[in-house]
Design a protein around this ligand. Structure first.
Ligand code: VG1
Ligand code: CO
Length: 560
């Protein structure tokens, strides 16, 4: 086979966001759009590319197969020696991260737009993960973006036809070099990893019940996303969960069955209602399209905020074999994540890091051996077993804690709050706002906090008064490589420890999503409803930002 050079011209806006490039499918389908971006990723890898191996796979959403065919033909023409592809193109984001590490390869191309809807009218995405298994850092994605602005040609092997529906190895000769495609089972490597981390025997006893206790009744919802493949293997085949009663929506669909595969109270309402209605369920869990997010609810759909979930796991790592043998180093959370885990870190004497939003900021700390467990308020939890957040891992961690403590989800949370106090947290999302309006609101906030008189100012709502202690646009210096990241969200910190944060999302494919994060700490008053407790602070945030005036929105689209 011979490769050819195809002339092309740049596309505007091929700038990777919080987690890769995400656009409507029809944008990726434009002639040369996907080709340009893939060539630029490979070019950004420089000399390391020749003779390298890459992992390729994704959540199976619409356009994945076409994209994989493009990647195969471009990779071969660029001197890549080998691609390891998940069967039918299926690999969860955590599975890609794990495969990069176990096979010690240069990186992986992940085909997903994560929690964004899929199908021909919706979103597609491409993300590159580096050698450590984690999302590429800003320096790499910035370099890719610069290349996309001046690309003039890409290399392609037009006659290379390669099937990836069956496992097995295929060898081709391209421009006189050997090019290998190995199609692997989507879940083998990942299942092996989970078995090394957790005590599957104990988890099976929990799920199946044993002489001393009845089965712990779970309902695991893959939301028609990629985790179905892993849930079947792990929960049904390994842990003995019932395929009829304990799992749902476990066949990955390329349009996710027309749902929004985002595990939160709005988009996974269906699961929440089921667990609420059927009081035999002890735990419900859901994942997003690519399997890195998780939502945990207890009996009667008792909701565990991701920030609390992180703190509870941090507090109980000793019941997970992996941490027993590897030890527990520091903890970390993204800036908008509520500070519940900070209290656990302080008590256990562990280092604690606060990083910008996005999993890529955790990688260096893990590689340096300073971070074991981290999370984000956006339903992301994970550890240094890989370099991505990991939905299934989080559920197995929770089940390990439950098996060990023999307590319900709600009782575990209540006990935790009694010990540490509670960080009440909520996030309001205003999706698909007009971009100009959203930018104007952020500019207004910048302007407001720049005023020397802002610190010290008081705001009152519903009889509660908050005094501004500090306000800034969050920036971060990576403690390991000293890289600097700025403009990561406007923070207003009050003198009682409460915080309000404003950010614009970096994962959407059209318009702007405004995220408003509210975090407030209570030492004793720990069992109230978060929405009631946070009402005054929410009103203060709406007042400071003038959100209604700028966006015209009366209500958020999603509340978590
Ligand atoms: C959102 C979340 C962020 C997460 C990112 C990727 O980003 O807020 O915490 O890391 O999605 O998640 P943004 O920029 O829209 O706020 V995804 O599961 O790729 O699973
Ligand atoms: Co995801």
């Amino acid at each position: 086979l011979t490769s050819v050079v195809i002339p092309t011209t740049p596309f505007e806006g091929q700038k990777p966001g919080t987690s890769g490039l995400r656009k409507k499918v029809k944008v990726f389908m434009e002639k040369n759009y996907t080709e340009n971006f893939v060539q630029c990723i490979l070019d950004a890898l420089g000399d390391k590319l020749k003779g390298a191996t890459l992992i390729v796979g994704g959540d199976g959403r619409y356009f994945s197969k076409q994209a994989i065919n493009i990647i195969i033909r471009i990779a071969a023409a660029n001197g890549v020696a080998k691609l390891i592809i998940g069967q039918r193109g299926i690999l969860s984001t955590p599975a890609v991260s794990s495969l990069i590490r176990t096979h010690k390869v240069l990186g992986g191309i992940v085909l997903t737009a994560s929690h964004n809807p899929g199908g021909i009218r919706n979103d597609f995405g491409i993300k590159f993960n580096i050698e450590n298994g984690g999302p590429a850092p800003d320096s790499f994605t910035d370099a890719v973006y610069e290349l996309t602005k001046k690309i003039s040609q890409y290399k392609f092997t037009p006659d290379l036809d390669c099937e990836f529906s069956q496992t097995g190895t295929q060898t081709f000769e391209v421009d006189g070099r050997q090019f290998v495609v190995e199609v692997i089972d989507s879940s083998d490597d990942y299942v092996t990893l989970m078995k090394e981390i957790f005590d599957f025997g104990k988890l099976k006893e929990l799920i199946r019940g044993d002489g001393s206790r009845p089965p712990f009744n779970v309902l695991i919802d893959s939301m028609n996303g990629v985790t179905g493949v892993y849930v079947t293997r792990i929960f049904v085949e390994e842990l003995g969960a019932s395929p009829d009663n304990n799992v749902r929506r476990i066949i990955p669909l390329d349009n996710f069955g027309e749902i929004h595969p985002d595990p939160n109270l709005t988009y996974a309402k269906d699961l929440v209602d089921k667990v609420k209605d059927d009081t035999t369920y002890d735990l419900g869990a859901a994942f997003d399209g690519d399997g890195d997010r998780n939502m945990i609810i207890g009996k009667h759909a008792f909701f565990v905020t991701p920030s609390d979930s992180l703190a509870v796991i941090a507090n109980n790592l000793d019941c997970i074999p992996y941490f027993k043998s590897k030890g527990v180093h520091g903890f970390a959370r993204s800036m908008p994540t509520a500070a519940a885990v900070d209290r656990v870190a302080a008590k256990l004497g562990k280092e604690m890091f606060e990083v910008p939003t996005g999993w890529k900021y955790f990688g260096n700390l893990m590689d340096a051996g300073r971070l074991s467990l981290c999370g984000e308020e956006s339903f992301g939890t994970g550890s240094d077993h890989i370099r991505e957040k990991d939905g299934i891992w989080a559920v197995l961690a929770w089940l390990s804690i439950i098996a060990h403590k023999n307590m319900s989800v709600e009782d575990i949370l209540t006990e935790h709050w009694k010990t540490y106090g509670r960080n009440y947290f909520t996030r309001y999302d205003y999706e698909e706002c007009d971009s100009d309006d959203a930018n104007k609101m952020m500019a207004h906030l910048e302007h407001t906090i720049a005023d020397g008189a802002f610190v010290g100012k008081t705001f009152t709502a519903e009889g509660k008064t908050y005094k501004v202690k500090q306000a800034d646009n969050f920036s971060y210096v990576d403690p390991i490589d000293k890289s600097f990241t700025k403009n990561q969200g406007i923070r207003v910190l009050f003198d009682d420890g409460s915080r309000v944060i404003f950010r614009l999302s970096g994962t959407g494919s059209s318009g702007a999503t405004v995220r408003l994060y509210i975090d407030s700490y209570e030492k004793d008053n720990v069992t109230c409803s978060a929405q009631t407790m946070l009402k005054p602070l929410i009103n203060v945030a709406l007042d400071i930002s003038q959100l209604k005036k700028f966006t015209g929105r009366e209500q958020p689209t999603v509340i978590t």
